[in-house]
Structure formats: C-alpha cells, structure tokens
Write a protein that binds this ligand. Structure first.
Ligand code: ADP
Ligand code: SR1
Ligand code: MG
Length: 408
C-alpha cells in the first residue's frame, strides 16, 4: 500500500482491514483519538465503543517534524528504525516493550499494545510519585540491552550486522548531532531565542570554550563509537510506568553508539526532575528519593552488566583463556567504570541542551514564573557544566550525587 497520512477516521478504515486487529476488537465499533504529545509523530488511541478499556495504539510518522511543521522535512523512514528497534528490544526483554500487533514500513506505522494502566514517567515524577521498582527495572533494561547488543556478547559478524541494520538511521542521528551537541551552545535560529536574547547566562554558555571543547569530544564519540544498540532518546518521556511495571517506548533514534549515551540521557532527566523539586515544589523528601534512585540505578547497572559478562565468556572481543582471571576481573571493572564516566559526560550535554535548545523539558522550560525558571536554569547549567568538564575523572557514584547536591 502506498503511504497515506492517516487521521482519526482513516486510521479506523485502515485497521479494519487487518485481521489480527479485528480479531482483537471482534465486532465492536471503534473510535480513534489523537493523543500524541511528542515532537515527531502522530499517535492514535483506537478504542472499542462498547468496552473502552479495550484499546490499541497506532503510531504513524509523517514526512516532517511534527512540532515544527511541514517546513521542517524529516524522512518518515524513522519509523522503520523504530519498528526494528522495538522488535530487537522485545526479543531481548519482552516484559519492557509493548506488544506489537501490526507494522508497516510503507505506511510508516506501528500498532501496539495500549499501556492504559501506565503514565509517562515525567508526569509521575513531577507529581512526586515514587516508583519503588524503577531502579531495579531500568537497570535490568539498560544492562541487558547494552550488553546483549555489544561486542562483549555478539560474534563479530553479528555485531557488524546490527550496525548495518541500524546505522543508516542517518537523519535522526544528525538531529541529535545538531540539536543535542551543537545548536544549543551557540547562537542559532532553532533555539528558544526569547530566552537567549539579553540573557547573560546564555551568552556565558555560548562563550564557554572549556565546556564546548568537552561537548565536542562527546559528540565525536557519539558519531564514531559503535558500542551497542541504543534507544537513542531515553528520557523520562520515553518511559511509561506504574508501581509494578516499566515500559520503554519510542526508540526511533535507535543506532549503534556509545555505551554511556542512554544512561546519560536517563541521568540527565532524573537530575532535571530533582531541580524542578528544588525550585518549585521544594519537596526535599522526593529529592532524596531521586538521589537514592540514581545511586541504585548506576550501581545495579554495573552489577548486572558484570553478571551478564561473567555468564558469557566468549564474544567478538574475548577468547576464553586470553587473560588470566585476575587481569580479566580488573579489565571488566575498569570497562564498566568507564561506561559510568562516559554517561556522566552525556548527562551533562543532555541537561545543557534542554536549557536554550529547541526541545526543552517541562520541568524547566515549563516553569511559568520567570525568576524561578532562571534559577532552575542556573542550577541545571552548573550541574551540566561540572558533569561535562569532570566526567573522565568521576570515580564513584557518590561523586555524581555530590555534584547534584552542591549545585542548589
Ligand atoms: P513521538 O515519537 O512523537 O515522541 P511517542 O512515542 O513518545 O511519540 O508517543 C507520544 C505519546 O503517546 C506518549 O507520550 C504517550 O502519552 C502516548 N503513547 C505512545 N505509545 C503509547 C502506548 N503504547 N500506550 C499508551 N500511550 C502511548
Ligand atoms: C525537534 S526534535 C527534538 C527532540 O525530540 C526528541 O524527543 C529528541 O530528544 C530530539 O532531540
Ligand atoms: Mg517521544
């Protein structure tokens, strides 16, 4: 079928011709609602009129960037990568990925399970909800996805195949290169220029060559280092959650990149949420919980990643018997320590890009009181700068927490 942009009427007509979807809904009447709140795509909730709990999600890419409009063309092939990544991640850890009902590369469309008992994590965190299982879940997710798609597990040929499958996701990688690593740190038309204009803090950032040189090093790694298959945009808006379950959605930026990039994205978003509670709600107890969660996530990630490595002795990288056991333990400890260091660097860049860049986060950009927002931005920039300048020298998770706590 040729591509056609769907709307809330035509999406139902289209789905009515797909057997698996009709088997799900039976003879029920269907109604569609557009619920997308992301920057890129359209998301329809299709529900049964007779039993509204029965619902599916149909997500379609359009040939432009939704949040800007048709004047910003963006190839809809991004959905091909989202479909591939959802399938790949589902095969590694099915309980973290919504079930897929239908995919069409021609229509740039995926139909998946409706996560009706879950909410976007950013919203829950802003309301001060403590997700007690989150650190356990997300450390499992990140350690498994990174380990099982890396040269520490795959054979050399398999690793090259996964690179071939994902690293042609050129346009979305380029978006990140521009919108995460470059434009937010210089005068640029895509920035939030209302806030940049006459803002000494922005001018200071744009002239901060020490920060920018380090950010450039991290950008170079992003562009060249093919460690593992990444989600590529792992912020708290890509996580749907409740007290007992965690789902990761929206992997259209997936590509084989540096180990620390996804962990860094998550860390940045948890710290942005910490800043929101510092400045707006002043909820110290919740801030403590966030810090404890960051510690648990990073420590559990390290332990689980090393456990996977102990289970699997042969890989593209390692031939059994190559190192003696003492050297092997030391090598692995250093390896995983470097992943955490790198993730701190990426967290810094990811925090800083949210201040003046095109895509702000609600925790900071959404603060209506100008003085409070400026205060949040100042704290975020201070932490981001420390993260970016010092990431290679970070030796423990506690040092990361100290940087966050001392910035307020
Ligand atoms: P984009 O690619 O435009 O960022 P997302 O995949 O993030 O789109 O989806 C946008 C919104 O749609 C999410 O924030 C969430 O509210 C909703 N959504 C997406 N997938 C699901 C799902 N499987 N179940 C329930 N809601 C979903
Ligand atoms: C204009 S696209 C901006 C951002 O939205 C996505 O969620 C990614 O973070 C991207 O950088
Ligand atoms: Mg999204």
């Amino acid at each position: 079928m040729d591509y056609k942009k769907l709307d809330k009427t035509s999406v139902i007509e289209y789905l009515s011709n797909i057997k698996k979807i009709m088997a799900y809904f039976g003879s029920d009447d269907l109604v569609a609602q557009e619920i997308g709140d992301g920057n890129l795509n359209y998301v329809y909730k299709i529900s049964s009129v007779q039993n509204p709990q029965k619902a599916l999600i149909a997500k379609q890419a359009v040939p432009y960037l939704r949040c800007v409009g048709e004047e910003f063309p963006l190839s809809r092939e991004r959905m091909t990568y989202e479909i591939r990544a959802l399938q790949k991640f589902y095969n590694i850890l099915p309980s973290f990925i919504p079930n897929l009902y239908h995919t069409s590369e021609d229509m740039s469309l995926v139909v998946m399970e409706y996560l009706g008992n879950h909410i976007i994590m950013r919203k829950g965190l802003m309301e001060g909800v403590k997700y007690e299982k989150f650190s356990e879940h997300i450390s499992t997710y990140m350690s498994a996805m990174l380990f099982y798609t890396s040269s520490l597990y795959l054979k050399s040929s398999e690793k090259r195949a996964i690179i071939a499958e994902f690293n042609s996701n050129i346009e979305l990688c380029k978006l990140t290169e521009d919108l995460v690593f470059s434009f937010p740190f210089m005068e640029h038309e895509t920035n939030d220029n209302e806030n940049v204009k006459n803002n000494p803090q922005a001018q200071k950032l744009f002239k901060d060559m020490e920060f920018k040189e380090k950010a450039l090093e991290l950008k170079y790694r992003f562009m060249t280092q093919s460690d593992a298959l990444l989600h590529g945009d792992l912020h708290t808006g890509s996580i749907m959650i409740n007290e007992s379950q965690t789902y990761v959605i929206d992997p259209e930026f997936a590509f084989v990149g540096p180990f620390g990039f996804d962990i860094g994205a998550l860390l940045a978003n948890l710290v942005n949420n910490y800043i929101y509670h510092e400045v707006v709600t002043k909820d110290k107890d919740f801030q403590e919980w966030l810090l404890m969660s960051i510690k648990e996530i990073l420590e559990k990630f390290r332990d689980k990643f090393l456990d996977f490595w102990t289970e699997h002795k042969e890989s593209a990288l390692l031939v059994e018997g190559y190192l003696d056991s003492e050297t092997l333990v030391r090598y692995k400890e250093k390896f995983v320590k470097n992943i955490i260091k790198e993730s701190v660097g990426y967290a810094g860049v990811k925090m800083a890009r949210r201040i003046y860049g095109v895509a702000g986060v609600t925790e900071i950009r959404g603060i209506e009181d100008k003085e409070l927002r400026a205060e949040a931005e100042k704290i975020a920039l201070k932490i981001a700068r420390e993260f970016v300048i010092r990431y290679e020298k970070i030796n423990s998770v506690d040092e990361i927490l100290e940087i966050v706590k001392n910035a307020g």
